[in-house]
Design a protein around this ligand. Sequence first.
Ligand SMILES: Nc1nc2c(ncn2[C@@H]2O[C@H](COP(=O)(O)OP(=O)(O)O)[C@@H](O)[C@H]2O)c(=O)[nH]1
Ligand SMILES: [Mg+2]
Length: 472
Amino acid sequence: MAVPDPFDLLRPLGLSRPLGLLRDAAWTAEQLGRSALGQEHLRLAVTGLSRSGKTVFITSLLANLLAAGQGRRALPALEAASGGRLRDVRLVPAGTQTVPRFDLAGHLGALAADPPAWPGRTDDLSTVELTLTLERSSWLGGLLGRRTVTLELLDYPGEWLLDLPMLSQDYAGWSAATLDRLRREPRAAACAEFLSFADALPAAAPPEEALARRGFVLYRDALRVCRDELGMRLLQPGRALNPGPRGEAPILWFFPLPHPDGGGLSDLLRQRFDAYLADQRESFFEPYFRRFRRQAVLVDVLGALHAGQAAFEDTADALAAIAGALRDEESWLDRLLGVGPERVAFAATKADHVPSRQRDALAALLGSLVGAGEAEAASVHVLASVRCTEDDVATLDGRPVAAVRGVLLENGRSARVYPGEVPLRTPEPGFWAHGFFRMPEFQPPRLDPAGAAGVPHLGLDTLLARLIGDLL
Ligand SMILES: Nc1nc2c(ncn2[C@@H]2O[C@H](COP(=O)(O)OP(=O)(O)O)[C@@H](O)[C@H]2O)c(=O)[nH]1
Ligand SMILES: [Mg+2]
């Protein structure tokens, strides 16, 4: 007979392993206390590369939860998972936190403007909390009254996520791997100026500030071109692209060197590399990232398809690097996934760009990107946080094909778009020669400023039911 695992009892609190228990004993005690009082705290990190749709996701999630708290059928699958016991949802008023607060009002305001606009780029981390009031499920309810679950969400610049795999690298290893990537097309052309600068540096280049600055500026500019013009994602360090509120401090002024052990300049750059990682660990990963027990990992699979073979493969590499770092048992982040893989959900975002009959293929493609084992253990979803289209039918070579209709951001006109076919798995080279994938930016639907009626979405409720339904 199977013996019950005592740590199963702690699963609802997001703890499953003794190591985690010891390390977070104080936190656990606090949680147990809160749980007994009917005041649980649940942290959900929204993880993803930049432009994967994190900020839009959090905005829609908050607006739809608030609407559900008002009795609207905004998230049917989540409400079903909670047994219909959700009674009230409120934003926790800002207290004395030092962390910036997620600008829900600003983002909803943009969606309510005429014409509606998407939220701007995220430059700093921010958090927001909601309290969910639920009826108790058992006879205890009569005794103890309602319970509340505080849901805490974290938003941050996606570029910083790529610093996670760097934590297990040293400067020499990072330099070699990074230069190797930069030398491959199409990056090589975009990075030509930086590469010729770095290659011309003698092994014993002196630790001169002017040299370090010049190298950093060339490197940073090359990364920007790779991100903005080539759609690349595996770009490090994250703060070179998105420095955050502290700006471009000297700690950032390093770049990969062909002779990373030459002394002089390489010593200076290595010191900065080490200091940078220590700082990211202390100021971002340890205090925020690691604390979050559930993960929604958002992936813009369609955007990567649209950007072409090199960008698609780069996105796949970036995902693999991140998944590897998250999985690494020995790393200090070991408990992040230790809460059980069922607590991680991967989602292909912006799924309203394809008609409904293609969304199964999209889920399959994401599954193959994430890797078979991972996809089975976790769950794979398709998602549109803000649904901008309806299904339609277009004509291609005289044949009817499934398409979508939405308002184009560029001219405000309604248009029918046949996006192309989503492959079921990582495409063969032939796909790139003949295939195409259209992905115009759609205008979001106009919302009421308070978001009281919720936000139209696809699959947000199923994803949430899977991620947090057990706690409601
Ligand atoms: N059509 C559509 N576009 C979306 C959706 N979610 C995000 N987008 C697009 O993706 C862009 C980036 O989203 P954002 O949340 O800012 O990405 P982040 O960098 O991960 O925070 C937005 O400006 C929109 O153009 C969606 O559900 N549907
Ligand atoms: Mg963002």
